[in-house]
Design a protein around this ligand. Structure first.
Ligand code: NAP
Length: 284
């Protein structure tokens, strides 16, 4: 039995460190390694993996969407998102899941004490991560998920995928963001704005003033640990959460799928978080 993460590029992936730490904490000697698989090579990879004892893998770009037609079964949430990041071999059949959205929902519950049920959410972005988070929030019972994106058509396409009809596309203008924030308990940033290697930033943060007292701001970015959006939200007394707990939680959910059993999520999360912190340490 062995586990892998595939993608291109993939050698920078934190998954081997995170999954390795969780497997070690469980006392399991199951190897988890990173493998470069180029676009177009998935059919050959799936055949090779089956023959070589690979019982599960995580997928990163560019494979999350291309895998769908190649798998034997796809979990309903992954199907609605239109992307898988976790694939398990079950009785000789490849089964696909998406743990990004579930990881975000778990992070929100633990980190901000917010249950999506009944929440009105303003969500920024409509890329891969936004799709997973918006549809997971909707599936978890959010009252409304306003999907605000610079490219309106992309937001519309995302919302058409929502089987629960709770995601609604909106534009990305400062006026719209302020109007939607007024009625939202949670703001989620799924854009690249504020990322360490992205020079672009929000035009201003006035929309944060419209959020009601007690609202939370969740930025999927974890590098830097505190984006300008989160710093501005913190200064306004709002709850804040960065992307690290989502990264950790999606990995814990993936390992539960690989092992096909529930795990002590708190213990696994601590092992995973420690592995990430070790990697960030300048002494390593
Ligand atoms: P993506 O598919 O490339 O989507 C990027 C999004 O950002 C799009 O909605 C894009 O809008 C928007 N955007 C980019 N530049 C913009 C600008 N100047 N003004 C307004 N909007 C802009 O990327 P992704 O994979 O979804 O990742 C998005 C972020 O989530 C990244 O920061 C990534 O690190 C983070 N992430 C975190 C986790 C985690 O576990 N914490 C997991 C996945 C991703 P358009 O559609 O108009 O281009």
């Amino acid at each position: 039995m062995s586990l892998q993460v595939i993608g291109d590029p993939v050698l920078h992936s934190k998954s081997p460190a995170i999954q390795g730490a969780m497997l070690a904490a469980l006392g399991l000697e199951i190897p988890y390694t990173a493998h470069v698989v180029r676009r177009g090579e998935l059919p050959q990879y799936l055949a090779w993996a089956k023959e070589n004892g690979v019982t599960g893998f995580n997928a990163t770009m560019p494979h999350k969407e291309d895998l769908l037609p190649l798998l034997d079964e796809i979990d309903p949430l992954a199907q609605s998102i239109g992307a898988v990041n976790t694939v398990c071999l079950r009785e000789g059949r490849w089964v696909g899941f998406n743990t990004d959205g579930g990881g975000a929902v778990a992070a929100l519950r633990d980190g901000l004490g917010l249950d999506p049920a009944g929440l009105t959410v303003t969500l920024l972005g409509a890329g891969g991560a936004a799709k997973a988070v918006a549809l997971a929030l909707s599936a978890a019972g959010a009252e409304r998920v306003w999907v605000c994106n610079r490219t309106m058509e992309r937001g519309e396409a995302l919302c058409r995928r929502d089987p629960h009809l709770r995601a609604m596309p909106m534009d990305f203008s400062p006026a719209t963001l302020a109007n939607l924030c007024r009625e939202s308990r949670l703001l989620v940033n799924c854009t690249n704005l504020g990322m360490a290697d992205c020079p672009r930033q929000f035009a201003n943060f006035d929309f944060l003033d419209a959020l009601p007292q007690g609202a939370g701001v969740f930025d999927l970015i974890y590098h830097p640990a505190e984006t300008e959006l989160l710093a501005q939200a913190r200064r306004r007394g709002l709850g804040t959460l960065n992307g690290l707990p989502m990264l950790v939680n999606q990995a814990v959910l993936a390992l539960e799928h690989f092992l096909d059993r529930p795990l002590d999520r708190k213990a696994m999360g601590s092992a995973a978080a420690a592995a990430i912190n070790d990697r960030h340490s300048p002494n390593c």
